[in-house]
Design a protein around this ligand. Sequence first.
Ligand code: BDR
Ligand code: CA
Length: 320
Amino acid sequence: PIPLILDVDTGIDDALALLFAAGSAEVELVGVTTVAGNVELAHVTRNTLAVLELAGRGEVEVAAGAAAPLCRPLTPTPETHGPEGIGRATVPPPVARPSERSAARLIVEQARARPGEITLVALGPLTNVAAAVLWEPELPRLLKRLVVMGGTFREAGNTTPVTEWNMTVDPEAAACVLRRFGRDGAPLPLLMGLDVTQTAAILPHHLAALRARAGDGPLVRFVEDALGFYFDFHERYDGFRGAHVHDPFVVGSVLDPGLLSARRTLAVGIELGGERTAGMTFADWKGTGGEPPNCEVPFRGEGGAFVERLVDRLVALAAR
Ligand code: BDR
Ligand code: CA
């Protein structure tokens, strides 16, 4: 199995990413770290523990991390993910407690213990990843790879007209991470922006298929109640009834790199100022900036194929 640490701000699509990973035999879930983003850290951590228990994976270590971005106030988004981060879903209070160690410590200690083995998949603002690399500058070399959901290049933004959410919440953390990873021979991070993650849209007929195949039960109800809220949000802001499943698609692409193509290695920077541009990702397309490439960016994604797989995994998980 592929050893993964997931850094999440659960979050409706983060919850689905956790379920997808928990339901995938190819994944060794080394640990999960939580970061404030979609909602406050306490909600994120509670949701994460509860979702893992729903998936029968309550034994996975969950370490809480940053409660706010590096140098800006937290601006949570209850209109996107619901007041507590999981739409209209309700979950029993989790039995498990968060780990004694912090998110950054879990990431660094696991990477040191298993050099070159672990893929760190960042599905929220990059605050924890920045904290971890500031503490252990060798982190980029100790990981197999860093994979990030964030940014947008050719697609419009989903937060301001030009920025993606994870990058907008903590632009300084994103800038720090992009400067410190992918240098001096360390593996280039994979940066999956809206250009690819928006190809993965879950639609009402997928939910109907889930219920028809899996029947009624806590997992199916959770997915329906969480996604129902996300569908309403997308209907209001994106003009379709359904939802982009950004975070699960990122995990799916780690398991099956064939879901991504049109990959470019690019020098990518983060804009830190401006009324609408803080968090904007810009690529040095022509190499005029003189910086070497610091990440790999895919521009084509097979989101449709992935969503079928996501439904299959949810059906299998519900049957356990
Ligand atoms: C990202 O923002 C969050 O709301 C989602 O969970 C995803 O990680 C998409 O821009
Ligand atoms: Ca997220």
